[in-house]
Ligand binder design. Structure first.
Ligand SMILES: Cc1cc2nc3c(=O)[nH]c(=O)nc-3n(C[C@H](O)[C@H](O)[C@H](O)COP(=O)(O)O)c2cc1C
Length: 162
């Protein structure tokens, strides 16, 4: 991280991590990152990132169904320790994102699968249009189906470019 910051400037550097990833599902195996006290470990890591002056933290929350929620105490500790932008992702709906943003504990919320299924997601959110359902079976496939063939909303008239 120090080397990248040196090369491009810490204000152009972000770090993504998955804190507190303690699985309660025996079928899931996560590689590494199982600490005795993950809360304390990640907050200490955030202090290191703060000292380095990086631009943002991108926090990937557990994203499987019925995953435990990231505790409020962790979000508060992250906010206190870090003065840059904080982004959260993981199973957010617009309502949950709004609710988190309104607490001031996050600067941005990212959408993953919802964006894959809805290429015009910002327009759909802005206009309160319904969302396309996700087809999870195509998420990690090797062809275009499931990644580029989700429809844009019929009311959308301008081309979707991104
Ligand atoms: C097909 C797919 C590929 C992903 N690849 C990455 C990746 O390379 N690196 C990463 O940090 N997260 C990756 N993610 C995780 C997402 O960035 C995000 O954290 C996760 O999907 C939870 O957000 P969601 O519930 O809005 O989908 C991927 C997710 C999906 C569905």
């Amino acid at each position: 991280m120090a080397a990248v910051a040196e090369a491009i400037g810490p204000d152009r550097l972000g770090v993504r991590f998955t804190p507190l990833f303690e699985s309660t599902d025996q079928d899931r195996v996560y590689i590494g990152l199982v600490e005795d006290d993950p809360h304390a470990t990640y907050v200490e890591a955030i202090k290191v990132l703060e000292a380095a002056g990086i631009a943002y933290l991108s926090v990937a929350e557990a994203d499987w169904d019925n995953a435990p929620d990231l505790p409020l105490s962790f979000r508060q500790a992250a906010r206190s320790a870090f003065s840059g932008r904080i982004i959260y992702a993981g199973r957010y709906t617009v309502e949950r994102a709004d609710s988190l943003l309104s607490t001031g504990l996050a600067d941005l919320v990212a959408f993953g699968r919802t964006f894959i299924a809805n290429p015009d997601l910002p327009a759909r959110i802005t206009n309160d249009w319904p969302l396309n359902p996700l087809h999870p079976e195509t998420l990690n496939g090797g062809a275009e189906k499931g990644l580029t063939n989700y429809p844009i909303h019929e009311a959308r008239t301008d081309p979707v470019t991104a």
